[in-house]
Design a binder for this molecule. Structure first.
Ligand SMILES: C[S@@+](CC[C@H](N)C(=O)[O-])C[C@H]1O[C@@H](n2cnc3c(N)ncnc32)[C@H](O)[C@@H]1O
Length: 152
C-alpha cells in the first residue's frame, strides 16, 4: 500500500506538500492555510485505517485533501470508500481538484458544509479522522461515537 503509491496520487501529495510549505513560510493567515498533516502522520493514518474493521470511513476537515489522499490508499487496499467533510469554499475547490487529479473520485465523497449538521445521517462507521477546529472536537466526538460499528 505504501510502496506502490500510484503516480497520480504521489504527484498530488508533492504538490500539496509544496503549497503547505509555502503557506507556512509566508505566514499565510490561519484560515487560508492548508494546515495539513505532515507526511509521516499521513503514512501512520493510512496504516491505522487499513486495520479498521469493515465499515464506513469518515474524515472531518478535508482542507486540500492531503490526508484524504493517504486514507484513500487504505480504501483502495480494502475496497472501501471515505466520506470527508469540509466547510470552507476555497478548500472545497482545492480538494475537488485533488481528488480529480489523483484519480480517486470513485472512492471519495466530499460533503460540503459543517460536519456537525451532517454526521447524524451516517452509520456503520469503522474509522474517523477528526481534524477540524479544536473548538468543534467535543461536539464532533459526541456525534461520531454513536455511529461507530463494533468489531466482529
Ligand atoms: C487542520 S485542517 C484539515 C487538514 C487535513 N485533514 C489534512 O491533513 O490535509 C482543518 C479543516 O477543517 C475545516 N473545518 C473546520 N471546522 C469544520 C466543520 N465543522 N465541518 C467541516 N469542516 C470543518 C477547515 O475549514 C479546515 O480546512
Amino acid at each position: 500500500m505504501l510502496y506502490d503509491i500510484p503516480p497520480s496520487i504521489r504527484n498530488r501529495m508533492r504538490y500539496l506538500e509544496r503549497l503547505d510549505g509555502r503557506h507556512r513560510r509566508e505566514n499565510v493567515r490561519q484560515f487560508d492555510r492548508l494546515r495539513q498533516v505532515p507526511p509521516a502522520t499521513g503514512r501512520f493514518l493510512a496504516v491505522l485505517a487499513a486495520g479498521a474493521p469493515e465499515g464506513r470511513y469518515l474524515e472531518i476537515g478535508t482542507s486540500g485533501g492531503y490526508s484524504t489522499l493517504w486514507l484513500a490508499l487504505a480504501c483502495r487496499e480494502g475496497k472501501r470508500r471515505i466520506t470527508t467533510f469540509e466547510i470552507a469554499d476555497e478548500k472545497i475547490k482545492l480538494a475537488r481538484q485533488t481528488f480529480r487529479s489523483a484519480g480517486i473520485e470513485d472512492i471519495v465523497d466530499l460533503v460540503e458544509g459543517d460536519a456537525r449538521k451532517h454526521l447524524k445521517a451516517y452509520k456503520g462507521v469503522s474509522f474517523c479522522f477528526l481534524d477540524a477546529e479544536k473548538r468543534h472536537y467535543l461536539t464532533c466526538y459526541n456525534l461520531v461515537v454513536p455511529l461507530l460499528c463494533r468489531k466482529t
